[in-house]
Structure formats: structure tokens, C-alpha cells
Design a protein around this ligand. Structure first.
Ligand SMILES: [Zn+2]
Ligand SMILES: [Zn+2]
Length: 374
């Protein structure tokens, strides 16, 4: 097969300022604005507006791209991309969409998700799972209606070409060109998270009640590291702001917790009196949590809903135990993220220890195999 293109929704705003260099229009600064379900550009109205790159070194820059939406690292940046640029209307705003070959897309994803000074074998393992994930978004099921993926943490971080700081990411994508993980002839659901916290989790603990043979619960002896040299390879500098994630602790006063829960769930349960885990997966991640207050109670789940409800941004994971003492709730937890599939910190340590990308993938996705599609 030929190398597929992926469409990425990068930025959604009423007005978007951008710069073009090497496109089918004069180089320079431009602006598009939303106007009555259409796009206003250079005094004319368009339903859809595209700019074609004239060569391989053409690039476009978008101003004020928000990254880390709703996470603690949310911030704005200027970002530069290659490939075709298209504007569409979405949710009474404009969305800037980038259309680019999946291999080019992956170079940026690998660099955006991790520092590209991580070991080559770890980056190769990540290139294979990020490619598998992107492939499934193009051909099987997308979480977005108008494009295959978004550019933020909701899908995979894709932060343009300025993130590609050295050749390692490019080499990792190149050496695994066209390789995806498959099971029984199907491209695998290659979930991954920052740190499993010592045990990986089942698919059904976090999402639909249907487990996959290659997403299992197993002990991970690799991710319990405080080696900042390794952590800095895996985490971007804004991830490094959060160093404790294998084991963590959060303390809320009863009032604080009550306020957070009311804001997040839009329900007034009154002063919170109890948090009761009803069901948990084998890694300890809570599946359903009962929240009791003086005015009523509610049961929430699964994983992500629990993490959102109990923090002003996101709780690191749903693998926590609750201690209620005096007026305080202490949550003691493990891991960062859902813990299903590859554990990025663990995989980085495996790479440092000299394991090959096949060994890393075989450890986190047992029974799956590497298939070269093109
Ligand atoms: Zn998305
Ligand atoms: Zn782990």
C-alpha cells in the first residue's frame, strides 16, 4: 500500500493568524475569521479554504496554539508545520487542519510526546504504537467527525516541526517505516500511558467491558525510577514540573474536596463525607467510586471520569486508596494515566537497559506481532 495521509485538527478559534512560506499564494502573514458558518479571508467568503505546499521545505506557522487543554501544563505557543493547510468551520469557529503523510506526522508526535534524546529502541517502540494508533484513527474509528485526530493530549501530541530537536525521532520513524502491531490480522489498539505505577491495567477497567488478549495486567518492574536523566528523556520540560507519579499523594480538606466535586460534577452533594471505591481493576485502578455527601450521593466511573471529578485539573490516576482523617481526605496513589498497554517510563528504562524495540513491545503487548504494511 502507499503511505496514507492523516488529517489533524490543530486549532479551533474565531480568528486565526498564520504565516505561509512556499505555498500557492505569496509568502506572508494572513488572517482568517469565522463569519456565519463560513470563512472570511482577504475580503472574500469561503466554505472551505486550502493552501497547497509547493515543495518539501514549504511550511506554515499558526500563532496562539493552545496545548495541554485542561491539563496543568496548558499554555499557548506558536507552532510550525509542513504539508497542506485547510480551514473548515466547526462548532461556530474555524479549525485549522493539517493534511500530511502519516510518517511525517509521526516524527513530530514522537518528538512531542518524548524528548528525542531518549534511546533509539524506546523511540522505535513508540513509533510503532503511535503509527498503529494513528492508522486505526484513519481507517477504523476516529473520535472526531471532521478530521482523523486532534493535535493535543486528547489524541496524540503533535506540536509541529520545531519540536524535532535531533535526528533520533526521525531515525526511529524511518527504521520502523510502515510497521504496526497486529493481532489476528487486525491492527492492535495500542494504548499507552505515562507510568503504570508498577502494574499494567486491563482495557475493561477503563473503557468498554471487552478485554483484548494483548492488553493484560502484569507486573512492571521497570518504571519505579527516580533517575532524572531517564525521566527527562521521557518527559518534556512541562511534564518535569510533575516529578512524583509512581507513588503520589494528594491531600484535600473536606471543604476543598466538596468544592472541587461540585464544580466538576455540577451537582451539589453538600459537604463530602465519604469516598468509597466500589470496584477496582487488578492494578488497583478504581472502576466505580461512590461519593457520599450530606445532601446525597453519586456513583461515578470509569477511570477518566474519576480522575476529572477529584481534581481541579486531573488526578494522576484512579489507582488510589482513600484515607479520611479529621477534616482531611488523603488520596495515596500509583502511576500516571490509565496504565493500559505500554508504560512510557518503563519502556524508557527498558531501552536504557539495552532491550530492543521488539522486546519492549513484546513485554507490554504480549501475543501481538509487528507487521510491515508498506
Ligand atoms: Zn482528539
Ligand atoms: Zn510501568
Amino acid at each position: 500500500m502507499t503511505i496514507p495521509n492523516i488529517t489533524v485538527g490543530i486549532l479551533n478559534s474565531h480568528k486565526i493568524e498564520f504565516h505561509l512560506c512556499g505555498y500557492d499564494i505569496d509568502d506572508g502573514d494572513y488572517v482568517v475569521e469565522y463569519s456565519n458558518d463560513a470563512i472570511s479571508f482577504n475580503g472574500r467568503i469561503y466554505k472551505e479554504l486550502s493552501f497547497q505546499p509547493m515543495n518539501k521545505s514549504s511550511y506554515f506557522t499558526l500563532k496562539d496554539v493552545t496545548i495541554g487543554i485542561q491539563f496543568h501544563w496548558q499554555r499557548q505557543e506558536q507552532q510550525t508545520f509542513r504539508g497542506k493547510l485547510k480551514f473548515i468551520t466547526e462548532n461556530e469557529k474555524l479549525t485549522a487542519v493539517n493534511i500530511i503523510s502519516i510518517e511525517e506526522y509521526l516524527k513530530s508526535v514522537i518528538s512531542s510526546e518524548m524528548n528525542s534524546n531518549a534511546s533509539l529502541e524506546f523511540l522505535k517502540s513508540h513509533a510503532v504504537i503511535s503509527r498503529s494508533w494513528a492508522y486505526a484513527r484513519i481507517y477504523n474509528y476516529s473520535h472526531h467527525d471532521l478530521y482523523d485526530v486532534c493535535a493535543d493530549d486528547h489524541c496524540q501530541r503533535y506540536q509541529g516541526i520545531q519540536r524535532i530537536v535531533n535526528d533520533n525521532a526521525i531515525q526511529a520513524v524511518f527504521e520502523t517505516t510502515g510497521e504496526v502491531l497486529t493481532y489476528d490480522g487486525e491492527v492492535c489498539d495500542t494504548r499507552y500511558s505515562k507510568c503504570c505505577g508498577g502494574k499494567t491495567e486491563l482495557f475493561s477497567t477503563c473503557w468498554e467491558d471487552e478485554d483484548k488478549p494483548y492488553l493484560i495486567c502484569k507486573d512492571d518492574p521497570f518504571c519505579d525510577t527516580h533517575d532524572s536523566r531517564i525521566l527527562s528523556q521521557v518527559l518534556n520540560k512541562y511534564d518535569m514540573e510533575t516529578m512524583d507519579f509512581h507513588d503520589w499523594e494528594v491531600t484535600y480538606s473536606q471543604n476543598e474536596l466538596s468544592e472541587i466535586i461540585e464544580n466538576k460534577l455540577h451537582k451539589n452533594l453538600g459537604l463530602i463525607t465519604n469516598l468509597i471505591p466500589l470496584e477496582a481493576g487488578p492494578s488497583g485502578r478504581i472502576k466505580y467510586l461512590r461519593i457520599e455527601g450530606v445532601n446525597g450521593s453519586i456513583t461515578i466511573g470509569k477511570e477518566l471520569e474519576i480522575r476529572r471529578a477529584l481534581s481541579t485539573s486531573h488526578l494522576k490516576s484512579s489507582a488510589f486508596k482513600v484515607e479520611h482523617s479529621n477534616d482531611n481526605f488523603i488520596l495515596r496513589g500509583q502511576g500516571w494515566g490509565h496504565g493500559v498497554g505500554l508504560c512510557q517510563i518503563g519502556a524508557a528504562v527498558m531501552g536504557e537497559e539495552g532491550k530492543s524495540y521488539n522486546e519492549i513491545l513484546d513485554f507490554y503487548y504480549p501475543h501481538a506481532k509487528i507487521t510491515k504494511l508498506y
